[in-house]
Design a protein around this ligand. Structure first.
Ligand SMILES: Cc1ncc(C[n+]2csc(CCOP(=O)(O)OP(=O)(O)O)c2C)c(N)n1
Ligand SMILES: [Mg+2]
Length: 255
């Protein structure tokens, strides 16, 4: 049933800046749905984001306390806020470049300290807002504005990184798996300790276009096919799994 989430939005601010087919807008809605279903009082939450398209998910659109910080520093600001007011429910929502590249050190150390915040990394596999440059989550071989012959490097596996650093909960879902992602968001919001969700968020305007996915629909279908639940992955051969992104919960897989 369609849910009326207008109560959580600042309708007076300019229209949302997301391009057609951008996964960030689906994520924007799913986060609010999770909060609504959990009946969390949004006035007792703080949303923190950095710079990038994903930084616009909470701010200025959520009608709540939002902190739109410097590029790469969302987790540092979130840590400070949580230390000052431990009762605050702190949710960081930002991009892969913001969280894993320039902010990578804040990410691993917040996970190591297992700080009681939730971090949602909207992974569109490039720096979307600044024109589609390569970043640490760009797949090997993918074309970006700065890897015109294909990315020569392997991307980070963010879940392994955050898990071995010490986080309590790590999970990965795509915005094209909305029910599973919503369930994971609800879980992460209720967990004590550092919870981290990598959200695969298609970027038709930059990543898609540069990788011969001509329309937003092509990009969405490409990622729909690419992301597979870990339970379903068990039935596939290594060859069939080669180009897949496996989604699900991966907590406590460290020794
Ligand atoms: C210190 C600093 N360095 C670089 C920039 C330029 N910059 C702004 S956003 C961004 C990357 C954003 O990528 P990501 O976090 O993945 O968000 P997306 O736009 O892809 O959602 C960069 C490099 C900046 N604003 N500040
Ligand atoms: Mg990005």
């Amino acid at each position: 049933m369609a849910r009326d989430l207008k109560q959580f939005l600042r309708l007076e601010v300019p229209p949302m800046p997301f391009c057609p087919g951008c996964g960030h807008k689906i994520l924007l809605r799913l986060i609010l749905t999770a909060i609504d279903e959990l009946k969390i009082n949004i006035d007792e939450m703080l949303f923190v984001s950095g710079i990038g398209c994903a930084g616009w998910i909470p701010s200025p659109h959520y009608d709540a306390d939002t902190l739109h910080t410097l590029h790469g520093r969302a987790i540092a600001f979130a840590t400070g806020a949580k230390m000052f007011n431990p009762k605050l429910q702190v949710l960081v929502i930002s991009g892969d470049g913001d969280i894993a590249d320039i902010g990578g050190n804040h990410l691993i150390h917040a996970a190591r300290r297992n700080i009681d915040i939730t971090v949602i990394c909207a992974n569109n596999m490039n720096y979307g807002m600044t024109g589609g440059q390569v970043c640490s989550t760009t797949p090997k071989g993918a074309f970006t504005r700065t890897t015109t012959k294909g990315n020569p490097y392997c991307p980070f596996d963010l879940l392994k990184l955050v898990d071995v650093a010490g986080a309590t909960y790590v999970a990965r879902y795509s915005v094209l798996q909305p029910l599973a992602l919503k369930g994971s968001l609800k879980k992460a919001l209720q967990i004590k300790g550092f919870s981290f969700i990598e959200v695969i968020s298609p970027c038709p305007a930059q990543f898609g276009r540069l990788n011969q996915l001509d329309t937003p629909r092509d990009t969405l279908e490409f990622f729909k096919d690419k992301c597979i639940m870990k339970e379903d992955a068990k039935a596939l051969s290594p060859e069939e799994l080669k180009d897949k992104i496996i989604t699900g919960e991966f907590s406590n897989e460290r020794n």
